[in-house]
Design a protein around this ligand. Structure first.
Ligand SMILES: Cc1cc2nc3c(=O)[nH]c(=O)nc-3n(C[C@H](O)[C@H](O)[C@H](O)COP(=O)(O)O)c2cc1C
Length: 217
């Protein structure tokens, strides 16, 4: 039997975090339009210089996350990216200046995870600290229930690749810059994002508007 005191001690940290970071509902994603696919493929590239004064609008962030791994068939809950045995094990953590959130595709919302600026933990390169968005791809190996134990990390890596390419193509289509990255502070980020040992960070991907040539010194 749970005492009221026990329940409060259990729920209080989550409640405080929710109040501080704010559960962010995303605008309804716009799932039509965009650049023709062949043109987006022509434009796809890695960008490492960003316009730090230009954040993504809530609409653009919403569309980005839907393109990355949102639900494109509500009748089955299936996603824009394939996953091994439809395990849907890759979670997207969204690191913004004000805090870190986990993208929750079912309600298309951001659940608060941590308050404060964790961008520096998402990579060693200078641009990472000031770019508006860093997506952290986390494979929850516990969700790969049908995969043999020794293949789970492999599938987590492969499935992350599809999501990352969706992000690359969305960014190409929207005039955004992006770069996927394997270099990040794994220990610090695992702790800050409150990950379990079976939640493995696979890659990080920076997103922002590219620095205009005229801004370069
Ligand atoms: C698995 C993987 C890891 C990567 N890690 C980094 C990284 O840590 N830092 C970085 O600046 N770019 C990283 N990249 C981006 C590659 O350097 C880039 O894709 C490559 O140079 C080709 O350039 P392009 O994407 O413009 O075609 C990574 C790419 C992949 C696929």
């Amino acid at each position: 039997m749970f005492t009221p005191r026990f329940l409060i001690s259990l729920l209080l940290p989550t409640l405080l975090l929710t109040l501080a970071a704010g559960c962010r509902t995303l605008p309804q994603p716009q799932t039509d339009g965009g650049m023709p696919l062949m043109l987006a493929l022509k434009e796809r590239q890695s960008i490492r210089e960003y316009d730090t004064a230009k954040p993504l609008s809530p609409e653009t962030l919403s569309n980005l996350l839907w393109a990355a791994d949102g639900i494109n068939r509500p009748e089955t809950g299936k996603r824009t990216a394939p996953s091994a045995m439809n395990s849907q094990e890759v979670e997207i953590y969204v690191v913004l200046e004000q805090g870190a959130y986990r993208f929750e595709p079912k309600n298309h919302q951001l659940d608060p995870i941590a308050v404060g600026d964790l961008r520096a933990q998402t990579g060693g390169e200078e641009f990472v600290k000031t770019a508006p968005v860093n997506l952290v791809y986390v494979a929850d190996l516990d969700k790969l229930t049908k995969a043999p134990e020794n293949e789970k990390e492999f599938y987590g890596g492969v499935d992350t690749g599809f999501i990352s390419q969706n992000v690359y193509l969305f960014c190409a289509s929207e005039g955004l810059g992006t770069v996927v990255r394997a270099g990040f502070d794994r220990a610090a980020l695992t702790q800050s994002l409150k990950l379990r040992p079976t939640q493995k960070i696979i890659l990080v991907q920076t997103v922002g508007y590219p620095k205009q040539k005229s801004q370069e010194k």
